[in-house]
Design a protein around this ligand. Structure first.
Ligand code: DLL
Length: 433
């Protein structure tokens, strides 16, 4: 099933027409209604008249996270406050959050994007969906919630936390799908196993996982532990929230709702477009938003775009898995390391749980790289030699993937703090020096 076939299966030519019309409209909107955008365009010597088709997008200046902070809270709105019916915010690593305002039409557009996702996961009006993303300023809870209502499904607005109750309601209310971060889903999987309730008392079949990078290996792990099919959902507060992109049954990349959010991939160093199919930084222009449209917003997410038609019939462009944000990337002794690489190794090793914590520091002018890893119950032992062997094996494996050797610290099962939202897996002490 496809929610909006006329759009999701549109020919490339038609899609470009839609994108061109919408781009012109949104550029007019920000130029006339948002001072910082007008100034920025004037400085770049561009006027709305210079934008005649989607190809002209490269003439427009970028927007960055810093702009959202500089114009905190409402400086980038392109609609009067009287039109704004909701705000969401994303907490940055430092200082003030980023605040986004939505008009009624923005919320409807977002719910449309979400409905396309859920339909692609095979869900419909007869299905119960447990939304275990946090409700509140975070877009996960309310975003997924609106999507379920839009397809006519039944939403359990659980939010995150209260794990025992999550399990009870999942069973009692017959949830077919669970929407959560992959790390929280992992936690729920553990809790489910420990509950002793037989799996066949649950109706759960579908996982709707996103809000943080996760690997193919983690997908397999979650699918095996929960007995479900796990789908990716992608999104970010600045652009709307969950539903910017979704996987279809082919699971061969994440389709982007490109009639609503126009994607580009640029070289993060130069800002120039990369060759088609190459990896780089994902940039979005919101094509229909009214409250806070963003032009060429630099996400810092690293991925690539795939334009070949998907076997599901959708023509919506796909993006590859997100390796991580450029700001998640650690540079340790000159080597680029993504926490997702560590996750992938752990999921593939029988002896360990994919729960880990990386600590990076600088001692005597040299970077240190330590990873705490949980050993599975069955492999945890008091015998030092056994533990040393495991440690060596893992250090070696990680070195072969990331390029440098970590100091592995093996810890007892269930000793690393579980996450109920986005996992925090890194402490970079060098930042405080
Ligand atoms: O995480 C929105 C969301 C909620 C998406 C629920 C999916 C499900 P932010 O808090 O603003 O918004 O964080 C956005 O999270 O730029 C990516 O770095 C990361 N991210 C989101 N989805 C995925 C995904 C929400 N499926 C940032 N895979 C984005 C990898 C993801 N990274």
């Amino acid at each position: 099933m496809i929610w909006n076939e006329s759009v999701e299966c549109m020919s490339r030519e038609e899609m470009r027409k839609v994108q061109s019309i919408r781009l012109k409209r949104v550029v007019e909107r920000v130029y006339h209604n948002c001072e910082p955008y007008r100034k920025r365009m004037q400085e770049a010597g561009v006027t709305p008249d210079d934008i005649q088709s989607i190809d002209d997008i490269v003439k427009l200046p970028f927007t960055s996270k810093k702009d959202l902070r500089d114009y905190y809270p409402f400086g980038l709105l392109s609609a009067p406050m009287s039109e704004i019916v909701r705000v969401h915010a994303s907490s940055g690593t430092t200082g003030k959050p980023i605040v986004v305002g939505y008009t009624r039409a923005d919320l409807a557009m977002w719910a449309e994007a979400g409905a396309r996702c859920l339909t692609a996961y095979g869900l419909g009006k007869n299905d119960v969906v447990q939304v275990s993303y946090g409700y509140g300023l975070f877009t996960g809870g309310l975003g997924a919630h609106a999507a379920v209502e839009n397809i006519g499904g039944t939403v359990i607005p659980m939010s995150s936390g209260n794990t025992e109750k999550q399990i009870m309601l999942m069973k009692d209310l017959g949830a077919k799908a669970l929407a959560a971060t992959p790390s929280y889903a992992l936690y729920l999987a553990e809790a489910l196993a420990n509950s002793g309730i037989p799996r066949d008392e649950f109706q759960l079949k579908v996982g709707i996982f996103g809000a943080e990078p996760w690997t193919e290996a983690m997908r397999k792990d979650l699918e095996a532990k929960l007995g479900i099919k796990a789908y990716d959902i992608y999104g970010l507060t600045e652009i709307s929230g969950p539903g910017v992109g979704f996987e279809c049954e082919c699971q061969n990349g994440t389709h982007l709702n490109e009639d609503l959010f126009y994607p580009e991939i640029i070289n993060p160093e130069t800002g120039e477009p990369v060759e088609p199919g190459k990896e780089g930084e994902l940039v979005f222009t919101t094509l229909t938003k009214e409250g806070m449209p963003l032009i060429r917003f630099r996400t810092r997410d690293l991925t690539k775009l795939i334009y070949e038609k998907c076997s599901c019939g959708r023509t919506l462009v796909r993006m590859g898995r997100i390796l991580g944000r450029s700001d998640d990337m650690l540079i340790i002794r000159g080597v680029n390391v993504f926490p997702s690489q560590v996750e992938a190794v752990l999921c593939e090793q029988e002896e360990f749980e994919p729960h880990f914590f990386i600590t990076v520091d600088r001692v005597n002018n040299t970077d240190t790289f330590e990873i705490q890893v949980e050993v599975k119950e069955a492999y945890y032992s008091d015998e030092i030699s056994k533990m040393l062997n495991l440690q060596k094996k893992l250090a070696h494996k990680i070195q072969s993937v990331v390029g440098i050797q970590p100091a592995i610290k093996l810890v007892e099962p269930r000793s690393i703090e579980r996450s109920q939202g986005k996992a925090k897996r890194v402490l970079d002490k060098r930042k405080f020096q």
